[in-house]
Write a protein that binds this ligand. Sequence first.
Ligand SMILES: Nc1ncnc2c1ncn2[C@@H]1O[C@H](COP(=O)(O)OP(=O)(O)OP(=O)(O)O)[C@@H](O)[C@H]1O
Length: 664
Amino acid sequence: MYAGLVKAQELKGATGTSKLAPADLAARRASATPSSATTVVTVAKDKKPDVIDPKVALLAELDKEKREKAEMERILREHSLSLWRVVKLQWKEWPVLVVGIFMGTLNGLIWPAFGLVISEMLDMFKYTGQELQDKAFFWFMVFLGLGLGNVVINLFQFGCFGIAGERLTRRIRETTFAAMLRQEMGWFDDEKHGTGALTVQLSEQADLIQNLTGPNAANLLQLVVAMGAAIGLAFYFSWQLTLVVFACVPVIALGSMFEAKIMQGALNKTRLAYAEAGQSACDAIQNIVMVKALAREEYFDKDYLRRVKVPYVAGVRKAVIGAWGFGFSQAVQFWVYSVAFYAGYRFVEQNSIQTGDLFRSIFVILFGTISFAQAATFGGNIQKAKVAAITYFDLIDRVPPIDSANTDGLKPVDVAGNVQVESGTFSYPMRPDATILRDFNIEALAGKTVALVGPSGSGKSSTLALALRFYELQLGVTKVEGYDVKEWNLAHLREQMAVVLQDPTLFMGTIRENIAYGHPDPDSVTEADIERCARMANIHEFIAALPDGYATPVSSSQLSGGQKQRVCIARALVRNPRILLLDEATAALDSQAERVVQAALDVASQGRTTITVAHRLATIQNADVIFVIKRGHVVEQGTHDELLAMRGLYHTLVQKQQLGAAAK
Ligand SMILES: Nc1ncnc2c1ncn2[C@@H]1O[C@H](COP(=O)(O)OP(=O)(O)OP(=O)(O)O)[C@@H](O)[C@H]1O
């Protein structure tokens, strides 16, 4: 009774935490010790689901944008991008690119040429009768031809650059993924290379790099050619007038920049103001009980309306400023023409240029700008594209210290399965200051079953990772079959081993595929092999009873944890490994599934070296040698009986488990 009251009060005290902002609550949960975590979870159950504060979310988003920008700037500062390498990336597509470049050049010429044609065409009105009719028909045909040319040119220009771009994307994705898979485990431990970051890199990087190539390159080419041709022709017809127009360019550029700046500032203000209004609504909804109890619905409604007015005003301001800005930047263009025409008139008056050249020059610039404007959609985000290209080249250039693409190294045959770690000192690359194993020695003789036991975090799983050469010792040596693992051919080393982990990992595909790809050459695995391994893993009957048998996709088969684990054991067996590594293979299962899986594992370990990590000591009693590990050091070793007789750590662990079992 008393205990119950204390507990009730503890819970009440804990409800105070509900006052915390959601972010704080989340942070507390994340850092909570197991016992305090339980309390917080209880509180969370009683509480309404956390509402994400829109202002906090927006500030976090703005902060993220700021950090991403800073990181981008850092990458751009510290690395240089060789444009030549980007060009070489597209090398293979040169036939389509040549066509695309040719068409892009023509496309850039089309509008300045049109300007020229118009100015020439105006000339025809000085003719009359048949002559005028002939000229009119001629220009009719010219425009028709220009239209048709436009269709063909655009088709080939964008088609070719588009195809080249898509091929490039595919190649970048393939090479990126291959480069990722090639990296050592330590690389994956870095939070920069977490699953989320890598999948985003895989999906976005190629598209971003395309901004430096593909259709964007087509646009850039068109833009350069259009401007080049327009300026060249304009200069040719009247250099004086062209210089006058040039003098106005900074005004046009300033107009556009001014507009963009004001719009961005207004946009950020509106976003923040909306977020603040949202925060008030969010507060009211989160505390709806109190709002209703106080009958303050109207008050909160008015408060919300008052707050929404701020972003409304900001929005209207933005629209008006935007309209002014747009109008102004358009007007500037006309003002430039007015200056040009007036200057033109003065030049004609002074006889410095002919009227015909004045028109040619003005029309060429006028229509050249149209092409420029069309192509100015080009850009995407060049900065982001450059960062993506730098990151891509960095990744594909990186030669990992433990390189799974390296085909060198020893390939011993007739491996018996001896494993040793001698005087090992080890820390993980991402935590070099934390020594995980110290003066660590274990030996697993061929065909024997060796167990690693000890408190959580003592370094048992790390030992298996060393045998697989996922990581390397800083001091000492890990040997397989008497050879340092560093001397082995990496793929061949791992082919000698199979791993069964605590959480069964099955991949997309059928049960058959999931078993077969355990083999180094999955295509060579026969139906009989698969069935034999499934029988040994004690899962054949179950699979055979499924409507599609081994062809059942694992996603739809709804396998239980124990069944999945047995499929994993079959997959391990199909490799016919000399060394079987079991890392808490039955720990996630209930006792009935554990028995079945344990029986499968007992069969699987026959005739091969087995190194097993286990918390449940009952499962490793029959091991040939048990190593008891404490804080990265082997403190006891021997058989179950020998260790019990020592009355040391192993004895204590067994006693604890027996007590635990008895208590249950
Ligand atoms: N990839 C990693 N990077 C950095 N530290 C790691 C990594 N993996 C494990 N560790 C740390 O190494 C120590 C030993 O971990 P290991 O998994 O080998 O212990 P364990 O004895 O198998 O523990 P458990 O029984 O709980 O699985 C732990 O402190 C763990 O936090």
